[in-house]
Design a protein around this ligand. Structure first.
Ligand SMILES: Cc1cc2nc3c(=O)[nH]c(=O)nc-3n(C[C@H](O)[C@H](O)[C@H](O)COP(=O)(O)O)c2cc1C
Ligand code: SF4
Ligand code: SF4
Length: 294
């Protein structure tokens, strides 16, 4: 049985979930959605999976674009697993609709509540120590379901999300095209290129030893949390005042929210920076499933 799981991840929660599901198969392949979907089609797969975070109550835009361009075996067993922190919203419904447009059917949909990773806004919540064991257990249960090709009705957005989406999220989504404009790079940068390699959107180019942001960013936080020098900041100015920052300085908003200036950054403890740089991982690869100590 040929199983391929396509994943989108910034800080490793979705990759970890994909890994756990892949382990339930003899020979599954994990494929990053940073690749061109035309190079990694799923026409010959018997099991096809999509695993991704939730951004702004829905599926991340790059994952939507990826699935749109991917050719699939419409007769395959197809599953989708979203990894929100708290609000899954339309994230799995969106996958179901995209697969339906292609003539396939989402046989199984589920979600795993995870540590929230939006490092520029808040520290990791709930704390990883509490949350990661729960995430692991839920991923194991999902992996068992999927290995047995079980069917499951997918999670749908609740009434409140449906009502509030238009007002709160739609305007916010329009601003996404400016997502990487506030990034800053401090003099601590050593030009190692890690930020460029972990970016799931191919949005960072290294020029003259410095990262340059190419304006198709999903705000996934991979670059911010993987930089070995913590050199990437996110500075929003309003009337000359810096409001948000990920590089460890106090700002009016962090003070107001009571956030520690040098707050913790998050990466799933089972996922290494090196794994985030990969685009294809097979279940037999090194370090698969071992805690990275990050
Ligand atoms: C830009 C951004 C938007 C997010 N929006 C949501 C959201 O709408 N609902 C939610 O529950 N979590 C949200 N989160 C939290 C992530 O979905 C969650 O931490 C996820 O597990 C991260 O997955 P990853 O480690 O695979 O990147 C958001 C995170 C980011 C960075
Ligand atoms: S990962 Fe950090 S140190 Fe390395 S190039 Fe990027 S910003 Fe510079
Ligand atoms: S530039 Fe950074 S935040 Fe934006 S998509 Fe790439 S890794 Fe994620």
């Amino acid at each position: 049985m040929k199983c391929r799981i396509y994943y989108f991840t910034g800080t490793g929660n979705s990759l970890r979930a994909a890994q756990k599901i892949a382990e339930a198969f003899d020979n599954a392949e994990l494929v990053s959605m940073r690749l061109d979907p035309r190079d990694v089609p799923a026409d010959d797969c018997d099991v096809i999976g999509f695993v991704y975070p939730v951004y702004h109550w829905t599926m991340p835009a790059p994952a939507v674009q990826f699935i749109k361009k991917l050719s699939i075996n419409t007769k395959a067993y197809i599953f989708a697993v979203a990894n929100p922190s708290a609000i899954c919203g339309f994230a799995v419904e969106r996958a179901a609709a995209l697969i339906k447009e292609k003539g396939g059917r989402l046989a199984y949909g589920n979600m795993i509540n995870c540590v929230a990773n939006y490092a520029i806004v808040y520290p990791p919540v709930p704390p990883a120590k509490l949350m990661v064991p729960l995430m692991e257990r839920k991923a194991e249960k999902i992996a068992e379901d999927i290995a047995n090709l079980r069917e499951r009705a997918y999670p749908r957005a609740g009434m409140l999300v449906r009502i509030k989406h238009e007002r709160f999220m739609k305007p916010y989504l329009k601003l996404q095209k400016y997502a990487d404009y506030p990034f800053t790079v401090s003099d601590d940068c050593i030009g190692c290129g890690i930020c460029s390699k972990v970016c799931p959107c191919n949005n960072i180019s290294i020029r003259d030893g410095r990262p340059v942001f190419l304006h198709h960013c999903a705000n996934c936080m991979a670059c911010v949390t993987s930089c070995p020098k913590r050199a990437i900041g996110y500075d929003i100015y309003s009337g000359g005042r810096e409001l948000l920052n990920a590089s460890g300085k106090d700002t009016p908003i962090t003070k107001l929210m009571g956030l520690p200036a040098k707050r913790k950054l998050y990466r799933n403890p089972y996922i290494t920076v090196q794994q985030l740089t990969k685009s294809i991982i097979s279940t037999g690869d090194d370090n698969n499933g071992k805690k990275s100590g990050a």
